[in-house]
Design a protein around this ligand. Structure first.
Ligand code: ATR
Length: 280
């Protein structure tokens, strides 16, 4: 009988995860299917327990459920998910508690690694202090990066930096406002945008322009709608290396796939499938 996997969220109709995971299952000849389910936060616990009762293999959780999942008694988050404050992957195993993980940080790390970007000791400017920034910042700190979190609301950046410092990870971290970005970037190796700047429909907005960037930088925008954001265009114009948000989308999904199945997923095929779904 087919093993069922799925993504819960609201809205969820435009999720690219079903296409990505079904392509992987099918390429590996696995008798599995992945479906999107619209679930409201107040029904999340029932939905997760229902999925467990029906023998699902695993789940992804997306907006607005990732933080809510952490508060449920039925989900046991691992340490990283707990620190981040959000669960995006659920694993069901027979006779075990329902385990919760967060693969966003690992997805970002692998997207950077794909571009041969070294994390240890590198200087990273991380723009934003929301959920995605939290996941990436904890991962980067664990990997020994020197992180400056910059955010429109400076207090949020400072608070996140404090939390990460308290976790005593190898990396160094500080929080600041958005001013003086050009000077900060002069000295940096990587700029990561986790803010909503540049995201459809505000496609003309950007955290930085070519004039503030330089050719020794790697610029990673986790926004993937549009595929090439204004920031990535500005980065190309400045001669910087670019990493697109699609890579993170695929790698966080691939990491979830590994957690569910223990099998190495066909990452290139998953990426191709996502890019084709964008064109459709
Ligand atoms: P997510 O969970 O996807 O990271 P979020 O928690 O809503 O999303 O965070 C959005 C981020 O984009 C925040 O860092 C936000 O800055 P504030 O903390 O000041 O709200 C940032 N952001 C949104 N609109 C912005 C804008 N116009 N200029 C600069 N930063 C912006």
């Amino acid at each position: 009988m087919k093993r069922v996997f799925g993504v819960f969220g609201d809205p969820i109709a435009h999720s690219l995860s079903p296409a990505m995971h079904n392509a992987a299952f099918s390429a590996l000849g696995m008798d599995c299917v992945y479906h999107a389910f619209r679930v409201k936060p107040e029904k999340l616990e029932k939905a997760i327990l229902g999925a467990e009762a029906m023998g699902f293999g695993g789940l992804n959780l997306t907006v607005p459920l990732k933080e809510a999942a952490l508060k449920l008694d039925c989900v046991k988050p691992d340490r990283l998910a707990e620190r981040i404050g959000a669960v995006n992957t659920i694993v069901f195993k027979e006779n075990e508690k329902i385990n919760g993980y967060n693969t966003d940080g690992s997805g970002a790390k692998q997207a950077l690694q794909e571009s041969a970007v070294e994390m240890r000791g590198s200087k990273v400017v991380l723009a934003g202090a929301g959920g995605a920034a939290r996941a990436i910042a904890f991962q980067l700190a664990a990997d020994g990066a020197e992180i400056t979190i910059i955010n429109r609301t400076e207090a949020r950046a400072i608070e996140l930096a404090k939390e990460i410092s308290a976790a005593a990870l190898p990396g160094k971290v500080e929080g600041r406002g958005l001013s003086g970005l050009k000077a900060m970037l002069q000295d940096a190796d990587i700029l990561i945008n986790t803010t909503t700047l540049g995201m459809h429909p505000n496609t003309e907005t950007t955290i930085a322009t070519a004039e503030e960037l330089h050719s020794d930088l790697t610029v990673f925008d986790i926004v993937y709608n549009p595929l090439e954001t204004r920031l990535l265009k500005e980065a190309k114009a400045s001669g910087a290396k670019t990493v697109s948000g699609v890579s993170m989308l695929v790698y966080q999904g691939a990491e979830a796939f590994r957690l569910w199945t223990g099998i190495e997923p066909p990452v290139e095929l998953m990426k191709k499938t996502v890019l084709e779904a964008f064109k459709a």
